[in-house]
Design a protein around this ligand. Sequence first.
Ligand code: 5GP
Length: 177
Amino acid sequence: MLGETVITHDEIQRAVAVLAREIDADLEGREPVFICVLKGAVYFFTALTQRIRHPVVVDFIQASSYGATTESSGTVTLIKDVTVDIAGKDIYVVEDIVDTGLTLADVVALLQARHPRSVQVVALLSKPSRRKVQVRLDFVGFEIEDRFVVGFGLDFAERFRNLPEIREFVPDGEATP
Ligand code: 5GP
């Protein structure tokens, strides 16, 4: 069931504006390709890229998700690949949330193999206490504690993505009495 609001819509918008300014300053002289990791990052991705003043190329990639559980399986499969040639380009991977880091590590390795000039990571949320592999996050909106959240793109079994804020979600049977 849905729990309390962890980050309000206004707080998200303010963080996105700050991130966009930082990234814009970093874009001088680069040939950026912004890659949205579907589906969770899509709301963050559109909000962020619309606030970036430099011209950017956008593309989409989809890796396997949790399905109907709240734990990562640890094996990531590619469902949809990017369509642009990223060789020699400056890549900004845009993620909704970095939890264990397994998904991101795989996505970054896959992109690195195509010889981009650089790969940087932009994440709306990070749960540092859950990390299983070390991944470098270049731009982060919020660090949160170990709780499962939904909204602003994040789902539980494909639901709640369109919530404008980020809320805790407690699967049935796990609620504290
Ligand atoms: P990781 O591979 O870092 O463990 O997990 C990354 C993916 O798991 C995210 O892109 C997201 O789809 C999903 N995920 C991790 N934590 C959460 C969470 O708290 N809520 C939701 N809805 N998805 C999560």
